[in-house]
Design a protein around this ligand. Structure first.
Ligand SMILES: [Zn+2]
Length: 459
C-alpha cells in the first residue's frame, strides 16, 4: 500500500492497525469452535485463500480511492494557489483604488474653488452689463431730450434740412460733432454727453477684463474637469476589474468547497476499505493459527514421526516438480559435489533446445500446498542460500528453494501446489543460475533430516 498523504490518514491507519491487533488478540484467546477442528486443512486453506483474494480486491479499491484522493488534493492545491493569486490581485486593485480615491478627493475642492471664482466673476460681469445698459439708456434719454429741444428751436426757425441731418446721426459722437458745427448746443449739454461717453468706455473696459478673467478660469476648470474625468474613468475601470476578480474568487471558493467535500467522502471510503482490510486480515490471522494448529496436531510442528510411506512412495507425498518447464535438468544431485563436499539439495536448471542454461528469471512453484514458514528476500548471502524460502506442507514435510532472483511469497503466507513462489536467480553461494531444491523431513525428536528430493519427485 502506498502510505503518504495526510497525517490524519496515517493516524487512522495506525489506529486501524492497533484495532486489528486487538481483534486478533480477542479472537486468538477465544476458544475455537469444536467444528473447526474437524475442518480439513484444505478447507482452511481454501477459506484463507478466499480471504486473501478479498483483501487483494479491497486493497486494489483502496489504492484507487487513494489515487483519487491524491488527484483531488492536487486540484485543491491548484485552486488554493489560484485563490491566493486572485486575492493578491484584489489587494493591489484595492490599493490603486484607494490612491485614486485620494486623488479625486484632492481634486474635488480645487474644482469647487474654481467654480466659486467663476461664479463671482460672472456676478461681476452681470453687474457691469447692467450698468452698461443703464448708462446706455441714460445716454439715449439725454439724446432724445436734446433732440426734442433742438427740434422745437428749429421748427420756429423753419430749417427742416438741419433737423433731418441731426436725426440721421448714428451715435452721440456724430450727433455732437454736427451740433458743434451748428453751434447750437450749450456748454453744459456737451459736458454731460462727454461724461456719459467716458463712463460707458470705462464700463466696457471693466467688462472686457472680467470676460478675460472668466475665460481664464474656464480654461483652468476645463483642465481640472478633464483630469477629474480621467480619474473617474480609471476608477470605473479599476472597480470593474475588482468586481470581476471578486466574482472569480467566489467561483474558486465554491470549487474549493466542492473538491474539499469530495475529498471528505473519499476519506470516508478509504477509511471504510481500511477497516474492511483490517477485519479480513484479522480473520486471516485466526485462520492461519488454525492452520498452524492443524499442522501441529497432524504434522511437522509436533515432530511426529514421518509416515514411512512418504519415504518409499513418492505418490503419497504428492510433490510436483518445482520448475514447471518441459526442458529441465538436474546439474548436481543430492549427496556430494564433485569436490567431495556434501550437497543436501537438488540443483535444477532450465535449458533451451541447444542445451543453454536459460534459467534466469524462470518461475519456481510450490511443490505442494502449505505454509511459508520462512521467506528471506533481502538479496544477502544468507548462509549461501541467497534469497530463499521454506514451505511447511504438514505431515512433517518441508521444502526449501534457494538462490532465488526474487521471492513472490511472504512469511506466513498459505500457498497452494503449483503456485508461483519466486524466480530462479544467482543469489548466495552459486556460480550459475539454478534452483537449489531441498526436501526436509521432521523427525520424531524434532530434528530435521535433509533427504533426496528425487525420492519424492522427478521432472
Ligand atoms: Zn545446490
Amino acid at each position: 500500500m502506498n502510505l503518504k498523504i495526510f497525517d490524519k490518514r496515517n493516524i487512522i491507519r495506525v489506529l486501524s492497525a492497533v484495532l486489528s491487533l486487538a481483534l486478533v488478540g480477542l479472537v486468538a484467546f477465544s476458544p475455537l469452535p469444536a467444528s473447526s477442528a474437524q475442518e480439513s486443512l484444505d478447507d482452511l486453506k481454501q477459506q484463507y485463500s478466499d480471504l486473501e483474494k478479498e483483501v487483494a480486491e479491497n486493497e486494489k479499491k483502496l489504492k484507487q480511492v487513494e489515487s483519487q484522493i491524491s488527484t483531488n488534493e492536487e486540484k485543491l492545491k491548484t485552486i488554493s494557489k489560484d485563490i491566493d493569486t486572485i486575492k493578491s490581485q484584489i489587494t493591489i486593485l484595492d490599493q490603486r483604488i484607494n490612491v485614486l480615491d485620494g486623488s479625486i478627493s484632492e481634486l474635488r475642492p480645487q474644482i469647487t474653488t474654481l467654480n466659486k471664482q467663476i461664479e463671482k466673476v460672472e456676478e461681476n460681469i452681470d453687474e457691469l452689463t447692467a450698468e452698461i445698459e443703464e448708462s446706455q439708456q441714460l445716454a439715449q434719454e439725454t439724446q432724445d431730450k436734446l433732440l426734442e429741444r433742438i427740434r422745437e428751436d428749429y421748427m420756429v426757425g423753419g430749417n427742416a434740412t438741419m433737423i433731418e441731418l441731426l436725426l440721421s446721426s448714428e451715435d452721440l459722437s456724430t450727433f455732437l460733432a454736427r451740433m458743434e458745427l451748428m453751434d447750437r448746443v450749450s456748454e453744459n449739454d456737451e459736458q454731460l454727453i462727454k461724461d456719459m461717453e467716458k463712463r460707458a468706455e470705462e464700463l466696457n473696459a471693466l467688462k472686457e477684463e472680467a470676460d478675460v478673467q472668466k475665460a481664464d478660469l474656464q480654461i483652468k476648470k476645463g483642465l481640472l474637469d478633464s483630469k477629474m474625468n480621467q480619474l473617474r474613468s480609471n476608477q470605473y475601470d479599476l472597480e470593474s476589474s475588482r468586481s470581476a476578480a471578486s466574482s472569480k474568487q467566489a467561483t474558486l471558493d465554491n470549487r474549493y468547497a466542492q473538491v474539499n467535500e469530495l475529498l471528505g467522502e473519499l476519506d470516508e471510503d478509504s477509511e471504510e476499505y481500511q477497516r474492511q482490510i483490517a477485519r479480513q486480515r484479522a480473520e486471516m490471522e485466526v485462520l492461519s493459527r488454525e492452520i498452524d494448529n492443524y499442522i501441529a496436531q497432524n504434522g511437522s510442528s509436533q515432530g511426529e514421526e514421518v509416515p514411512q510411506e512418504y519415504l518409499v512412495n513418492r505418490q503419497s507425498a504428492g510433490l510436483i516438480w518445482p520448475v514447471p518447464y518441459s526442458n529441465t535438468a538436474v546439474t548436481c544431485g543430492f549427496g556430494y559435489y564433485s569436490n567431495g563436499q556434501p550437497h543436501y539439495g537438488t540443483d535444477i536448471v532450465v535449458r533451451d533446445a541447444n542445451g543453454n542454461n536459460i534459467s534466469n528469471g524462470k518461475n519456481i512453484v510450490a511443490a505442494q500446498s502449505g505454509k511459508v514458514i520462512r521467506a528471506i528476500n533481502n538479496g544477502g548471502y544468507n548462509s549461501g542460500y541467497g534469497n530463499y524460502c521454506i514451505i511447511d506442507h504438514g505431515n512433517g514435510m518441508l521444502t526449501l528453494y534457494a538462490h532465488c532472483k526474487t521471492l513472490t511469497v511472504y512469511e506466513g503466507q498459505i500457498v497452494s501446489q503449483g503456485q508461483k513462489i519466486g524466480e530462479i536467480g544467482l543469489t548466495g553461494n552459486t556460480t550459475g543460475y539454478h534452483l537449489h531444491f531441498e526436501v526436509r523431513i521432521k523427525n520424531a525428536d524434532g530434528s530435521v533430516s535433509r533427504v533426496n528430493a528425487m525420492n519424492y519427485v522427478s521432472p
